[in-house]
Ligand binder design. Structure first.
Ligand code: AOF
Ligand code: ZN
Length: 379
C-alpha cells in the first residue's frame, strides 16, 4: 500500500527523522539491557512538514519495547502514518507480544527501520510479517549510526559477549599512576565529566582487583543533576581478595557489585561477600592462571549485559587487548611525565598498543582541558 505521493516524505526528511529516532534511542543506553535501546517515531508527513504523533524509546529494563509506546501516544492518528524505528520491530513472543503485530494493528502504512535485528528470534521476520500484511517497509535508513548505537545488542546476540569499551587515562610517558599511597589524578574536570558520561551509557563497569587494591574506587556515575544512571560494577578477582571494607563493598545497597572469581576460589570468602550484598560468579581460569576473560565476558552476556566499559588497571587492559576482546578504546592523555618508576599503562607493553591499536580507526580526537581524548573503534 503506497500512500499518495503528496504525503510521502523525501529521503532527506527520512534521514532527519531517523536521526531523531536514533537520538531518542541513545537516551536509554545503559538502562535497557538485556534489550537494545530502540527509538521510535510515529510521523504523519503533511504538506507543511512532518508532524510527530508519537515518540518513545525502549523502557528501562527493556520492556515495553519502543514501538508500542510510540504507537500508543499516536492512538488512532497512527492510521496511515509512518513509523521510524531504529531496529527492526520484533516478531517473537517474548515477555511482550511481537511489535510487528502491534505495528500492523495500529494502521501505520509505512515503516522505515534503520537495521535488521540480528537476534536469531527476529532476523528479518519482523519485516517479513509487516510486508505480508501489506505495509510498505524500508530497511537501511540511518544504518551506519544504528550499527554503532546497537553495537552492544549486536555483539551480545551474534558473538555471545558484550561490546567492550576500554577506557584509560595515561600520562605523556604512558603511565597510569605511581605505586604507594599517593594517588595520581591524570584527568581534570572536563575529561572527568566525559568519563562519567561514558559510564552513564554503559551497562557495567569492569575493573581488575589490582585497581580496587590500589585506588579503592567507587566506580559510580556522578554527573550534576543526573541520578540513577550508575552501571553495575564488576570486579575480576580470581582468588577473591576483594576487601570487605572497600568502598565498592560498602555501597552494594546503592549500586550493584558483581565479583567474578575462579571456580576454585575460597568458598568462605564468597560467603562473606554475599552476606554483604555482593553477587559472586565463578568462571574457569585461563592460561594465565587468572579468570579467563573470554569466559567472563560470555557470562556477562548470559547475564544480559550488552555494553561493558573496562576501566583498568594495566593488567586487565593488556589482557583484554592480548585476547582481542576490545571493540572500542578511549584514551585520555595528559602531557605530564610521571617517570620511569611509575606504573605502565599496559603492564610493560608499548603504549602504541593503546593509542594506535592495529585494526582500529580513529573516530574522535578532542582536547578536554589539558588532556587529549583519543577514541578508536575496531574496524
Ligand atoms: C523491538 N523494540 O524496543 C526492543 C526490541 O525479551 P523480549 O520479549 O523483551 O525481547 C527482547 C528482544 O527484542 C531483544 O533481544 C531484541 O531482539 C528485541 N528488542 N525489539 O521491537 C524494542 N528493545
Ligand atoms: Zn518488540
Amino acid at each position: 500500500v503506497r500512500p499518495a505521493a503528496a504525503t510521502v516524505s523525501s529521503p532527506e526528511e527520512d534521514e532527519a527523522l531517523m536521526a531523531e529516532a536514533l537520538a531518542v534511542g541513545r537516551l536509554g543506553l545503559g538502562r535497557t539491557w538485556p534489550n537494545p535501546s530502540v527509538g521510535a517515531l510515529v510521523v504523519r508527513p503533511t504538506s507543511g512538514g512532518p508532524q510527530i504523533l508519537g515518540r518513545a524509546g525502549t523502557a528501562p529494563a527493556g520492556r515495553p519495547h519502543a514501538e508500542p509506546l510510540a504507537l500508543a501516544q499516536a492512538g488512532d492518528a497512527a492510521r496511515g502514518a509512518t513509523l521510524y524505528v531504529t531496529l527492526e520491530p520484533c516478531s517473537h513472543y517474548g515477555r511482550t507480544p511481537p511489535c510487528a503485530d502491534a505495528v500492523i494493528a495500529s494502521g501505520v502504512t509505512r515503516v522505515i527501520a534503520a537495521i535488521e535485528d540480528p537476534d536469531p528470534r527476529v532476523r528479518g521476520r519482523g519485516v517479513a510479517r509487516m510486508r505480508a500484511a501489506g505495509l510498505w517497509v524500508t530497511v537501511g535508513v540511518g544504518a551506519e549510526q544504528a550499527l554503532l548505537d546497537h553495537a552492544g545488542h549486536i555483539s551480545r546476540v551474534t558473538r555471545a559477549r558484550p561490546h567492550v569499551l576500554l577506557k584509560m587515562a595515561v600520562s605523556g610517558d604512558g603511565k597510569i599512576g605511581r605505586t604507594g599511597p599517593q594517588r595520581v589524578q591524570i584527568t581534570g574536570p572536563e575529561a572527568n565529566e566525559r568519563v562519567h558520561v561514558m559510564r552513564s551509557v554503559a551497562d557495567v563497569i569492569l575493573v581488575g582487583i589490582g585497581t580496587v587494591m590500589a585506588d579503592d574506587p567507587l566506580l559510580t556515575c556522578r554527573l550534576p543533576g543526573v541520578t540513577g544512571r550508575s552501571p553495575v560494577r564488576v570486579v575480576l578477582d580470581s582468588d577473591l581478595h576483594m576487601p570487605l571494607e572497600s568502598r565498592l563493598v560498602r555501597t552494594t545497597s546503592e549500586v550493584p557489585l558483581w565479583v567474578m572469581c575462579a571456580e576454585d576460589a575460597p568458598a568462605g570468602r564468597e560467603a562473606a561477600l554475599v552476606s554483604l550484598g555482593v553477587e559472586v560468579y565463578r568462571v574457569p581460569r585461563g592460561a594465565s592462571g587468572h579468570v579467563d576473560l573470554k569466559a567472563a565476558l560470555h557470562v556477562l552476556g548470559l547475564l544480559g549485559v550488552t555494553r561493558v566499559m573496562a576501566e583498568g588497571g594495566s593488567r586487565l587492559a593488556a589482557a583484554l587487548l592480548d585476547a582481542s576482546l576490545v571493540d572500542e578504546v578511549a584514551v585520555f592523555q595528559d602531557p605530564v611525565m610521571l617517570g620511569a618508576d611509575a606504573i605502565d599503562a599496559l603492564h610493560g607493553q608499548p603504549l602504541s598498543r593503546l593509542i594506535s591499536p592495529v585494526g582500529f580507526e580513529s573516530v574522535e580526537r578532542q582536547q578536554l582541558g589539558p588532556q587529549q581524548l583519543l577514541r578508536m573503534l575496531r574496524r
